[in-house]
Design a protein around this ligand. Structure first.
Ligand SMILES: *Cc1c(COP(=O)(O)O)cnc(C)c1O
Length: 392
């Protein structure tokens, strides 16, 4: 698989991405549109390949925060509109509009700047973000109706979407989100009475969708669930077993195997704690590839030849494994930190916990640091799983 010059890799499963989207759609019903959140390089999974895989799926928009990433998506020639989360100064609006992106505006100044970039006789499409209670970004809920009325009268501007964000991680947050969804619904009702509702309205993200909350908007914007990640700190909030992590495999290969028979020249009690009688091996994947040192006492493991073997240490560019109990080990053998077959398989939750990270942290940490392969059974010959690679 990966380059023998530095054998380490991550595999992302695009069929799981599509299956997760299908599950989200099953959950929200046929009348709701879907927007994919692609910020943070698609939560670390690779914005361009994820966007390519989703482009034919009829999504209302891709939303991202990075201007550079958004320009790359536009350059891919995708047909799905790319909407920018609030992230630009008013003086940057012209760049967004010039690049064919749909800016988010949060006040009159940002809207005027966007409208000012409209070609003569045309209107620039924007989304308006409302602060419905998170307190982070957007026009305050109480001021939103007036702002939408002003924008409706502004030349060179067309409000295409209205959205807010209500993420939560526990049961208390769910109650808060339910109450804030009702407040957003009330805004939509007031706007409807004045004929000011834009085509796309959205308040629910992964947490609301997973917890089964409903509202009167016509779209959802999902990140976590799409990538098979839980949006919750408290996993008793919903059964997420139908969603599978897009990050399917992290692997490397053994570059050296060492036996340490009695009397051999090892530093007993050295920092790796290698003992006489052990067999150890080294794989070239470590902190530089996005791993961190394991949580003390966490007993991290990797799969070699279908067996779980202890990871003794993670250093800048290497990891040391204890393979004393694994037979017939050779240089070149595959080591899986994530993935594998059957009972021995290592899941993303387990891997993340060993390294003191959340699954999302893990996907972000590995992102761009090792060669990425995209598995896509649908796009290949029957039974095979061709891999497309993206340079890190
Ligand atoms: C990131 C983001 C989302 C998606 O959130 P998830 O919890 O990952 O589904 C939706 N809306 C806004 C404004 C966001 O920034």
């Amino acid at each position: 698989m990966a380059d023998d010059a530095h054998p380490c890799w991550a595999v992302y499963d695009l069929d799981r991405l599509r299956a997760n989207l299908a599950e989200i759609r099953r959950r929200i019903g046929p009348d709701q549109a879907c927007i994919a959140a692609l910020k943070g390089n698609a939560y670390g999974h690779g914005a361009a390949p994820v966007a390519q895989a989703l482009d034919g799926e009829g999504l209302a928009a891709f939303m991202t925060g990075s201007f550079e990433e958004a320009c790359r998506l536009r350059a891919e020639g995708l047909s799905t509109p790319v909407v920018m989360f609030a992230g630009a100064l008013p003086t940057g609006m012209a760049d967004l509009v010039g690049a064919g992106l749909v800016p988010t505006v949060v006040d009159r100044a940002s809207a005027e700047a966007a409208a000012g970039a409209a070609p003569p006789g045309e209107a620039v499409q924007v989304y308006v973000k409302v602060n419905a209670g998170l307190g982070r970004l957007g026009v305050p809920l109480v001021a939103a109706e007036d702002l939408l009325a002003e924008l409706a009268a502004m030349r060179g501007l067309e409000v295409q979407g209205l959205y807010t964000h209500l993420p939560f991680g526990d049961a208390r947050g769910r109650d808060w989100a339910e109450q804030r969804l009702a407040a957003f619904d009330a805004l939509l009702a007031r706007l409807a009475a004045r004929g000011l509702v834009p085509p796309v309205t959205q308040a629910r993200a992964s947490a609301c969708v997973a917890a089964g909350l409903s509202d009167h908007a016509n779209a959802v914007c999902v990140g976590h669930l799409l990538y098979g990640l839980s949006p919750f700190a408290d996993d008793s909030l919903a059964d997420l077993s139908a969603y599978r992590p897009l990050l399917a495999e992290v692997g490397s290969r053994l570059i050296q195997v060492s036996n340490h028979p009695q009397g051999s020249d090892i530093a007993i009690g050295g920092s790796y704690g290698i003992r006489h009688g052990q067999r150890t091996a080294v794989a070239p994947i470590g902190v530089a590839q996005g791993l961190v040192r394991p949580v003390p006492g966490s007993r991290p493991q990797a799969l070699v030849r279908g067996r779980r073997a202890p990871i003794l240490a993670v250093s800048l560019e290497h990891m040391v494994l204890d393979l004393t109990d694994v037979e017939r080990i050779a240089v070149g053998d595959v080591v899986r930190l994530l993935g594998g077959e059957g009972d021995a398989a290592i899941g993303l939750d387990e891997l993340a916990a060993w390294f003191g990270m959340t699954p999302l942290d893990t996907a972000m940490a590995l992102s761009g640091r090792l060669p990425a392969y995209y598995r896509d059974a649908a796009g290949g010959a029957a039974g095979s799983a061709p891999l497309r690679s993206e340079s890190p």
